[in-house]
Design a protein around this ligand. Sequence first.
Ligand code: GTP
Ligand code: MG
Length: 315
Amino acid sequence: MELKGINKEIMAKIEKKELTIEMIAVSTAEELVAQIEIEEKDAKKVIKTAQEELGIQPMTALKFLEHESKRGKITTSSTEFDSILGGGIWTQELTEVAGSFGSGKTQLCFQLCLNVQLPVEEGGLGGNAFFIDTERTFSPRRVVEIASYRDFDVEEALSNIFIGAALNTHHLFSIVDELDEVIKEKNIKLLIVDSFASHFRSEFIGKGRLVERQQKIMQIAEKLIALAVKYDLAVVVTNQIIANVEEFLFGSPEEPALGFAWAHRPQQRIFLRKSRGSSRIARLFDSSRMPEREALFYVTESGLSDAPFSSDFYS
Ligand code: GTP
Ligand code: MG
């Protein structure tokens, strides 16, 4: 780590405590003083420098561009899909993947759990994945299958994926609240919640509980975004689809669940739908960075890809 203008002595203390730039940038001066025993004025300077480095201090657009170009991306294994996302799934933000059953949300998550482990030159982040499973859909067998097609060391790849089963929303909160340690210790660069929507939709039923539900969703969204920024990791959550009864706002009779308040939280929103055979269409429909565009990809035996697997050809 490099913090311009900070002396060696302070940098050594920071390194000894294994603090990252992200952790420093979101600390208060008091917290930093307590952790590394420096003067308060130095702590303030260190925090400001870290914030500048991360681009969360006012800055010119040119500096912002430089900062953005350094952010990590995880490949989806489909070049077309990556291209509509601006290079893959980005760190430091929350990406929502919505789609009906069988549209490929979980398959994409499995693929990302492996791809995040690749070196940067190959589209990964050289890090590990934490998969919060709310529906018991994590399939080691399927991950093994994809990993073995892709030349991963299967055992190592599996040991780099951490799984937390969230049995209800309360449990989901408690897992998320305890993630800091494991993220630091296990070099987690991808955090997945699959499915993000299911417990909220099944536990808070009826109009009377809608406000409470929205509050909980916003709280957890804030926590996830904070983790993404603090630890420079990608957060991907999956969402279900509901009938769009009011109007065809979304250009289709379906829209992602969880309502308007949620709709503004993810920085990237992706809608997946089935197409012919094993092909799928991904639409980036709400992004501050990229235009609305669609990509065609395939879910094959070897995972996500640009082309169909031979035996999928005529299915
Ligand atoms: P829900 O969780 O039910 O909402 O759906 P989802 O969007 O998570 O669907 P998922 O990602 O589980 O996709 C399931 C689909 O992936 C299946 O219907 C298959 O089309 C495809 N799929 C899963 N495993 C394989 C496989 O081994 N080979 C091939 N070719 N396709 C597979
Ligand atoms: Mg699924």
